[in-house]
Write a protein that binds this ligand. Structure first.
Ligand SMILES: O=C(CO)[C@H](O)[C@H](O)COP(=O)(O)O
Length: 201
């Protein structure tokens, strides 16, 4: 089984906008980053109105656009088409309380998402505890879709990466474990090796 390892150049950009009109990180930040890098800029839209951000993020140079299924149940087809038409890669995220079955139709659609992000903490803040029970969702997705990019976000670090990697996650979002480390590169290596090792089994 061959999975793409996305964590090499993954930049996780979060935009918490469920209850307030401002974004923590939005299109201007992407635009500034894009001037200095060709890296894959993966945007996770924690917003209630993702359609409004397709154009600005595409113009700013975003590579991936991951929206939450919880807010897009009525219009995900239109949203995916719009994301693709702007040259970005569509992904869908699900909160811990959302059943994994809710994203199956998006992966199997005529215009499908290319990545599923399984949140392993409640969206909102870094530094939370990894929820191992979310690995059931990852396993279900990996069994059903061998080639799908499956991302996990929340509480990932050297002590939790093996659970995620062996369940089938191949894109890892890690904040605290890397930025809080004295040797961030070493932590990144541990994460990468775990994912690569799991893919070979
Ligand atoms: O944004 C998040 C939740 O919404 C993530 O959990 C965060 O990006 C990763 O942080 P950490 O590795 O500290 O859990």
């Amino acid at each position: 089984m061959l999975h793409t390892l996305c964590c090499t150049a993954l930049l996780k950009l979060c935009a918490p906008n469920h209850f307030v009109p401002n974004l923590t990180i939005g299109a201007p930040v992407i635009e500034s980053l894009r001037k200095h890098t060709k890296a894959y800029l993966d945007c996770h839209l924690m917003v209630t109105n993702p359609l409004d951000y397709v154009d600005p993020l595409a113009k700013a140079g975003a590579s991936g656009f991951t929206f939450h299924i919880e807010v897009a149940k009525e219009y995900w087809q239109e949203l995916i088409r719009s994301i693709k038409s702007k040259g970005m890669r569509p992904g869908v995220a699900l909160k811990p309380t959302t059943p994994v079955e809710e994203v199956f139709s998006l992966v199997e659609a005529e215009d499908p998402v290319e990545l599923v992000l399984v949140m392993t903490v409640e969206p909102g803040f870094g530094g939370q505890k990894f929820m191992p029970e979310m690995m059931e969702k990852v396993r279900a997705l990996r069994n059903k879709y061998p080639a799908l990019d499956i991302e996990v976000d929340g509480g990932l670090g050297p002590s939790t990466i093996d659970a995620a990697a062996s369940a089938g996650a191949n894109c890892i979002v890690a904040g605290s474990s890397i930025f809080g480390a004295t040797e961030p590169a070493e932590v990144i290596n541990i994460l990468r090796k775990s994912v690569e090792g799991a893919q070979q089994n």
